[in-house]
Each structure stands twice: as C-alpha cells, then as structure tokens.
Design a protein around this ligand. Structure first.
Ligand code: SF4
Length: 338
C-alpha cells in the first residue's frame, strides 16, 4: 500500500486542533480568501528564490509586477506591490554579495517517519517538505530560511528557537539528501508599516480649512489641500524607511543533535495518535485554538455552524493537500491555519 504523504504543517495542525486537520487534510477544504500576510510572504519567498538564483533585480521586480496584475483596481494589491518592490530593492542593495554559496534553492525532500526507540519505520506515513535553501559557509552546510516579520525585535529573535519544523527538516536533509547541516541561517525581512497617503477630499479640506480659519486671529488661512501621494513619492518614502539597517537581519542558530531525537519521538507519537483518530473517525475540536493569534481560525465559520454545507459551498474550495510540494505551485507556501 502506498504511504500517505504528510508535512510538518499537517502534523502541527493535528497537534493544535484535530478538527482543523480533518477539514484541511481529509475533507481537503481551504478558505477562498487567503490570508493577506501569508500571500505576501509567499510572493517574497518567490522573489528571494529568484534573487538568489539570478541576482537580477529587474527580473525580481518584473515578477512582482506579474504577481500583482490587478494593482490598478485593487487597493490591497497596490499596497502589497509597493511594499514588495521597496523591500526587494533594498534587499538587493543590502546584500549585493553573500558570504555563503548557494547549493540548492527550494529543495524538496522526503523520508520515512521513524520510531527513534526501535528504528522501525511507519507503514502508513512518510514526511515530505521543502527548504528555502541549502548553502555552504566556511566549509559547512546550513539551511537558509526566509522570514518576513512585522517587527524584528529581541522577542522575535528569541522565539526562533521554537521553530522545530526547520530543526526536523535538518535531520531529513542530512539523512536523505546527504548534507550534514550545522545550523540555520535565518534571513529576516521586516515589513514597513507605511501607508500611501490618499490626500484629502474637497470636503475634508474645506472642513480643515474652516477650523484653521476659526482659530486664526486674521480670519484667513493659507492651508492647501493635501493631494494624494504619487507612486513615485511613496516609493521614495519607503526607500528611506528601508535604508534603516534594522529592516533586515541575519541570525545563525546552531542545531542541537539531541533535539533531532526529541522531535522524531514527537512525530512518531503524533503519527500513532493520527492512526487512532483515523480509525475511529474522531477528530475532536480544540476550541482553545479558535482565536489563536487574535483572529478566527480559517474554519471557524464551519465549526460554529456545525459544518453547514452552504458555507462550504460559498466560503471554501476543495484543494489537494500539500500545495507547497506540488511542481505547479513550487514557489508557494501552503497557508497554515495556525
Ligand atoms: S474553529 Fe476552532 S475547533 Fe474549529 S477547526 Fe478551528 S480551532 Fe479547531
């Protein structure tokens, strides 16, 4: 029997809420509306892959233009288009050369799930994944991991050690691709929070002007109407923001070998729990996770309506699991629910 392909995203979802895992991986449902920050992160991943492959900024910028074809009509697209262009322009300036040598980009791997106590392989599941890059630095191999962050601060960097996915991936890359991984190079890019100014409407200007006149002793005002910021002006403002070196950060984390065994053990336990849940068709809800990260879970509408088929029809679509591994979507990241 062919083994079921699984990914870390799937196991993480199963660990956090089994019901969510059932919606995504067994019912194969995804929300029609992809969360904006995840979509933006996917585009930046694609840009970074292109940049590290070609070192051609013009190609990267063209890629961004193609990714946001509706930017004239769609404000949200336009705002992300501005941000992506400014971010990648500044990135190319910040890292014109690299100390590391790129060995692989967007490298996929797969291997068995193993019981670390007995060495036995799961007869049902394999683990597959993809790493952003494998690079060589001072004769040692590292995984390159791209991250876009709202803010790069001490708290964010402290939390990197909880990134168990990449640690587990290191083990698989080492074992099944043959590169001994010394650590992870986190390549963090901050998202500027600037907004393009929309200017004032005629009515808003009149209101502001009248207020200024009322406060003025002379009973007049030289105030001018604030006009919308042009694309060029906004790009200049974004470029100024991105000239701050703190908008980019590289952090190397060295891998603890003990962690490998611990993570393998956890994965094995999860695989056993999944077998049991599947056998009993019992994927229970963990309602503590419904509002994790201060937003409703992507399946909240479904769970709260008892799986209403009308909602399935209108808010979700069927999509095969593990989009991040398919060739057609080689550059996209599956949208995690947690
Ligand atoms: S809404 Fe809550 S219970 Fe339902 S899948 Fe999401 S986290 Fe689980």
């Amino acid at each position: 029997m062919e083994k079921m392909i699984t990914t870390y995203s799937m196991w993480k979802m199963f660990r956090n809420c089994r019901k969510a895992c059932e919606w995504r991986y067994f019912q194969e449902l995804v929300p029609l509306e992809k969360e904006r920050s995840l979509a933006f992160g996917s585009i930046i991943h694609q840009c970074l892959e292109l940049w590290h492959k070609t070192r051609r900024l013009d190609e990267v910028l063209s890629h961004i233009d193609r990714a946001y074809v509706n930017r004239i009509a769609n404000e949200r697209e336009k705002s992300d288009w501005h941000l992506a262009r400014a971010m990648m322009r500044a990135y190319a300036q910040r890292y014109p050369d690299e100390k590391f040598e790129v060995v692989h980009l967007e490298q996929k791997f797969s291997g068995p799930i193993i019981n670390p106590e007995t060495g036995a392989e799961s007869r049902t599941f394999v683990l597959a994944g993809k790493v952003d890059g494998i690079v060589k630095l001072d004769n040692a191999y590292y995984l390159l991991e791209h991250k876009t962050a709202s803010q790069i601060d001490a708290g964010y960097l402290d939390r990197l050690w909880t990134d168990f996915q990449i640690c587990l991936y290191s083990w698989y890359v080492e074992k099944y691709l043959g590169y001994k991984i010394s650590g992870i190079i986190y390549n963090v890019l901050a998202k500027a929070k600037l907004k393009q100014s929309q200017g004032e409407s005629e009515a808003e200007f009149e209101e502001r002007r009248n207020e200024l006149i009322a406060k003025s002793k002379s009973g007049t005002s030289s105030a001018k109407r604030k006009m919308p910021e042009t694309d060029e002006e906004f790009q200049v403002r974004l470029a100024e923001k991105y000239s701050d070196p703190q908008m980019f950060h590289r952090e190397i984390l060295y891998i603890s070998r003990d962690k490998f065994l611990e993570l393998q053990g956890e994965l094995w336990e999860l695989s056993q729990a999944m077998l049991e849940a599947r056998r009993r068709k019992a994927f229970y809800m963990n309602t503590d996770y419904c509002f994790m990260y201060n937003r409703p879970c992507a399946y909240y509408a479904l769970c709260s309506s008892g799986g209403n088929p009308n909602l399935i029809e209108n808010m979700y679509e069927k999509k095969a699991p593990h989009e991040e591994l398919s060739e057609a979507n080689i550059n996209t990241q599956e949208a995690p629910i947690f």
